[in-house]
Design a protein around this ligand. Structure first.
Ligand code: GUN
Length: 311
């Protein structure tokens, strides 16, 4: 079967969002004397977190948002981290607070996230923001699912009335993704590890969002002809034989080289070959949704600044 799906490029959409945010930052400064500020807190030495946090801080700076990176040691106690959050809650110059996850095992994630002032919760993880989102009230919403909706709208993809299936029920992506799709009037189904007939449910989806972190769990059998396939997974594929069934001919040689050179290649939850052959639109990994998350964080920081300072 020939290649068919149109690629939804995270790079293109993220660039558009960032340009709008930069304009907004300028306006906030010129019209209201507000200098928006984002503080990112990282605890310990998780390599992936370091990459994500550096990218968040760098992007903020590029857009004229003041940014601080607080890096605390792996041994930081829950009490000490709570004190850091408390101090940031009190600082009037701070608009957004983000505590990068995962946290070291001595710290209870839930306790920390609940301590963040909901007005500064640019991740949208605080129960107040989760509750507001579920009731359809104005809220700070989690960046990755908000980015997916933003991208679908920019691509003029109709959501209303569509069957949307979300695979994964995490607080960071799956649950808020389902809620946002519902608010756009999709008919939403959430699948998870206990779902009995995953392929059967998914193959009914006009919009299929995969966010479970299992390499290639979504295959040919899961994708309806013409579906919009959004891949939020971030996994490492190491097996050459598996890779051969994963990519189309145009991408395979490059990916095999990457595996040979680095031992693995970055992939999502969706078999790319299947999505390209059966889908109408596809967000690849890398180059898809991942790039939107940081852009949406910047958008949330500006939203938080406006809501708190111009109310
Ligand atoms: N770790 C992985 N994704 C995220 C995210 O969106 N926010 C935070 N705070 N930590 C993460």
């Amino acid at each position: 079967m020939e290649k068919r799906a149109e690629i939804l490029s995270g790079k293109v959409f993220a660039k558009a969002i960032k340009e709008e945010v930069a304009e907004d930052v300028k306006k906030l400064k010129e019209e209201h004397g507000i200098n928006p500020c984002l503080v990112v807190v990282r605890v310990g030495e998780d390599t992936a977190s370091e990459v994500y946090v550096n990218s968040k801080v760098k992007t903020a700076e590029e857009l004229g948002i003041i940014s601080e990176h607080k890096h605390l040691s792996e041994e930081t106690s829950q009490e000490d981290l709570l004190a850091v959050v408390e101090e940031l809650n009190k600082r009037d110059d701070v608009d957004g607070i983000l505590v990068q996850l995962p946290l070291p095992k001595q710290i209870n994630e839930k306790v920390i996230l609940e301590k963040i002032n909901p007005e500064k919760d640019v991740d949208g993880f605080h129960p107040v923001n989760v509750g507001r989102l579920s009731q359809g009230q104005e809220a700070l919403t989690p960046c990755t699912p908000a980015g997916v909706i933003d991208m679908l709208k920019r691509a003029n993809i109709e959501i209303s009335g569509k069957n949307a299936v979300v695979v994964g029920r995490s607080n960071i992506v799956g649950k808020p993704m389902a809620m946002l799709l519902l608010h756009e009037n999709a008919t939403v189904t959430i699948c998870h590890s206990r779902t009995k007939d995953l392929a059967g449910v998914c193959s009914n989806a006009d919009i299929l969002v995969a966010a479970v972190g299992v390499t290639g769990i979504i295959t040919d059998n899961h994708i309806k002809e013409g579906a919009i396939v959004v891949d939020v997974g971030m996994n490492r594929l190491t097996d050459i034989e598996e890779a051969k069934g994963f990519f189309g001919e145009d991408k395979l040689a490059k990916r095999l080289k990457t595996i040979e050179k680095r031992g693995s290649t970055l992939v999502g939850d969706v078999n790319q070959k299947a999505a390209m052959e059966k889908g109408s639109y596809f967000t690849p990994v890398p180059g898809g949704v991942g790039l939107l998350t940081v852009a949406m964080l910047m958008k949330n920081t500006i939203k938080a600044a406006r809501m708190r300072r111009l109310k």
